[in-house]
Design a protein around this ligand. Structure first.
Ligand SMILES: Nc1ncnc2c1ncn2[C@@H]1O[C@H](COP(=O)(O)OP(=O)(O)O)[C@@H](O)[C@H]1O
Ligand SMILES: NC(=O)OP(=O)(O)O
Length: 310
């Protein structure tokens, strides 16, 4: 049995509530395969499209004069955790019951502590919400004061600060649940970013990268395996070029070299390789894997994905 932290990417959730409700049924299958294989599984997920959607909806509603209050950004992050966790926990519960397993599954609304002085607050980089054309993006910059950037050749998106996770506020709760056989969905959307002020945790307008937050909880929980599930089967060199080379494995040393050579796109594959390398280097014997959502079981068995080791 292994303790496995699974980080789910955008393809696990889709972009609309209807799409998400359908997609999570598929997402639950490879997760339950791992649970059925006797592993302890902890689930984390992204929230870029969802937190952007919630924030834009609340902003539009509060501006239309119908009395909807302004919704602060960290509260939008909390809403995205609840909304995604609700769909995921129900889909996993149903898939477990379909296989005559009744392991309890729950989402923990999780706050992740960040450093108030993190330079990320001065340089927004995390894409959220929908994709726009350049023209639409420029209009949004003027009308709403958003900062818009091109996202890995896929279109223009709003960007917000993305500080690094320092600690997980609810870590003891998550540990207790995991040690008692519960399946926990945690650090959703990278966690609600908070700064510690005396006895208070104060939300800040930012989105923590889910790859880094899930790596943090994987270290805290002393996981054996950290697996990042995304849309591609393997990490590649020269991605998208005629000489693309898919990697079955790489050492953290090799990863550093490939990062320097610019093989991994910022905001997409780069944080995954960085987070996976951090986990592999954090303790002897820890394994990190980047793999396709549909191939999670095969990846754990060493038959798919890219294995990252020290
Ligand atoms: N070197 C690379 N190897 C594989 N995929 C890459 C590479 N560089 C960029 N990508 C892209 O990164 C995507 C994964 O990032 P992203 O879509 O942001 O992840 P998430 O699944 O977390 O939403 C892949 O689907 C692929 O399109
Ligand atoms: N919070 C976060 O990293 O979300 P995405 O994975 O959707 O970008």
């Amino acid at each position: 049995m292994s303790r496995i932290v699974v980080a789910l990417g955008g393809n696990a959730l889709g972009k609309t509530p209807k799409e998400q409700l359908e997609l999570v049924k598929n997402t639950a299958k490879p997760i339950v395969d791992l649970i059925q294989g006797g592993n302890e599984v902890i689930i984390a997920h992204g929230n870029g499209p969802q937190v952007g959607m919630i924030n834009l909806a609340m902003e539009t509603a509060s501006n239309n004069g119908a009395g909807t209050p302004e919704m602060p950004f960290p509260e939008c992050g909390a809403m995205s955790q609840g909304y995604i966790g609700y769909h995921l926990q129900n889909a996993i519960r149903e898939e477990l019951l379909n296989r005559e397993m009744n392991t309890p599954v729950a989402t923990v609304v999780t706050q992740v502590i960040v450093n108030e002085d993190d330079p990320a607050f001065e340089n927004p980089t995390k894409p959220i919400g929908a994709f726009y054309s350049e023209e639409e993006a420029k209009k949004l910059e003027e009308e709403k004061g958003y900062i818009m950037k091109e996202d890995s050749g896929r279109g223009w998106r709003r960007v917000v600060p993305s500080p690094k996770p320092v600690d997980v506020a609810e870590k003891e709760t998550v540990k207790t649940l995991v040690e008692n056989g519960h399946i926990v969905i945690t650090v959703g959307g990278g966690g609600i970013p908070v700064i510690a002020k005396g006895n208070s945790l104060v939300g800040v307008p930012a989105v923590i990268d889910k790859d880094f937050a899930s790596e943090k909880i994987a270290e805290i929980l002393d996981a054996d395996i950290f697996i990042i599930l995304t849309a591609v089967e393997k990490v590649s060199l020269n991605f998208g070029k005629p000489n693309q080379k898919d990697l079955a494995k790489m050492t953290t040393e090799e990863a550093k070299k490939y990062i320097e050579e610019g093989h991994f796109a910022a905001g997409s594959m780069l944080p995954k390789v960085e987070a996976a390398s951090k986990f592999a280097e954090s303790k002897e014997g820890r394994k990190a894997i980047i793999a396709a959502l549909s191939k999670a079981k095969e990846a754990i068995e060493g038959k798919s994905g890219t294995l990252i080791t020290k």
